[in-house]
Design a protein around this ligand. Structure first.
Ligand code: ADP
Length: 257
């Protein structure tokens, strides 16, 4: 623990006493440190897509760029703006969670429709991966906050894309199991060592890749997914082997309509 000491003098029955007050400030220090980590992770993550977007815009403004190449550049700008939007959405949600206003708009959701929308969204800016959905159209409705659930899914799908090589397939599945719905997002990527499979759900935790390959991120995505799913009375976990891909799963209670 870290203590802050304050010395003061107090007079009692004509005698002056020197009083030392020790206050435990460990919690305050921890919060300060978390804020610093947050600012450094977030500002770096914001500046990377912004630099790319500015660079491509500047190039197009200053040069005669053929239509085909313009399309290619616009695709990059679109992808980078999505990345920036994803980060800002995560920050706003974390803020809402802290204010106790997390997931409050529960409605009956059709997962197969939600997955189809997500598939379309990711299809627009990820030509590098195939996204497959395995959820029957007559799947039972689940009680959930649509924006929250969508955000949890967006984090899992974007991670699946980010941490797996181009050309891979990401499979989104929903199934029923013992009164629960199990949703999973499976990738064919680098996988996660069993040693850190629990830690990846901690704030700011990121795995150092052995080959030094830099993949951008803040370590805020999975903790947010965990918080969202816990507000839905479900659990989140990962099944993975290094080099064999990962499957992130979460459960939601299946209530009767
Ligand atoms: P970020 O992706 O911004 O770093 P996350 O909280 O979403 O933060 O993920 C934490 C860490 O977990 C990542 O940095 C990465 O090392 C690991 N990780 C997450 N998803 C996957 C995945 N699908 N495959 C391999 N590693 C993953």
């Amino acid at each position: 623990a870290i203590y802050e000491l304050t010395l003061t003098t107090v007079e009692f029955k004509k005698t002056r006493y020197l009083v030392c007050v020790a206050q435990d400030i460990s919690e305050r220090k921890k919060l300060d440190q978390m804020k610093d980590e947050m600012i450094s992770a977030v500002s770096h993550e914001m500046s990377t897509p912004l630099t790319a977007m500015l660079g491509f815009c500047e190039f197009m403004l200053e040069n005669e760029v053929p239509a085909e190449q313009q399309q290619e550049f616009l695709q990059i700008i679109f992808k980078e703006s999505q990345r920036l939007k994803g980060l800002i959405d995560n920050l706003l949600s974390l803020q809402r969670m802290r204010a106790g206003m997390g997931c409050v708009n529960f409605t009956w959701l059709n997962l197969s429709m939600l997955f189809a929308e997500l598939c379309q969204l990711f299809g627009k800016y990820s030509a590098t991966h195939t996204i497959k959905v395995d959820c029957p159209t007559d799947f039972p409705l689940v009680s959930a906050d649509q924006l929250c659930l969508q955000q949890a899914m967006e984090n899992l799908i974007s991670n699946a894309i980010k941490y797996s090589p181009n050309g891979g397939t990401v499979t989104v599945t929903a199934r029923q199991d013992d009164g629960q719905v199990i949703v999973s997002v499976k990738d064919e990527g680098m996988g996660i060592s069993p040693v850190v499979q629990e830690q990846i759900f901690d704030r700011f935790f990121r795995i150092d890749t052995k080959n030094g390959q830099k993949v951008g991120g803040t370590g805020l995505g999975l903790p947010l997914v965990k918080e969202i799913i816990s507000l839905h009375h479900g659990e989140v976990w990962v099944e993975s082997e290094e080099g064999q891909g990962s499957t992130f799963c979460f459960s939601l209670p299946l209530e009767r309509e």
